[in-house]
Design a binder for this molecule. Sequence first.
Ligand code: GRF
Length: 193
Amino acid sequence: MKRFRIGIFASGAGSNALNIIRFFKDGNEVEVGFVLSNKTDAPVITKSENEGIKTLVLGNEEVANGLRLAEVCQKEGLDFIVLAGFLRKVPKELIDAYPDRIINIHPSLLPKFGGKGMYGKHVHQAVLAAGESESGITIHLVNEEFDKGKKLAQFKCPVQVSDTVETLEYKIRELELKHFPQTIKDYILKQND
Ligand code: GRF
């Protein structure tokens, strides 16, 4: 029997969700209970089902209903929630139900290039436009303010003048795939020392 159960919320391609599913697949401490999306056609749904993971699609109105969302997660016996490209604001009631137990990843070195509207390519465009010499990822806890929760880890990569949105996005994706699952595991196992 695994010790901890996590739910993954995602809205998009699901490269992080798939990576997390595979990382925990054969371990004996953490299991993925389900993947939840607010988009019926999000590729993350098919990718998760192909890995034998239960999926759940809730419309944006349902996702905004924090009490219902908390009930769904608690019924699934989730201990933690991981946001992996989830583009909806997390309702207050869910945060209250899972205090310091919702983990998000953001593709910049917060507090820089965070907040409303800063997701995906928009982030990398802003980093390049600002002439930054480095970028990276931030893995943080979710609180009621967008991208403002306690930072768990940051990982950096250089930004070259020759970089484009695509080349920077690739470097960021590499960092995410390399570091997100281990950072999740370290945090979860530390909560119960
Ligand atoms: C990642 O860039 C992550 O940092 C952000 O959303 C993106 C998700 O990509 N939160 P994917 O759906 O996991 O491919």
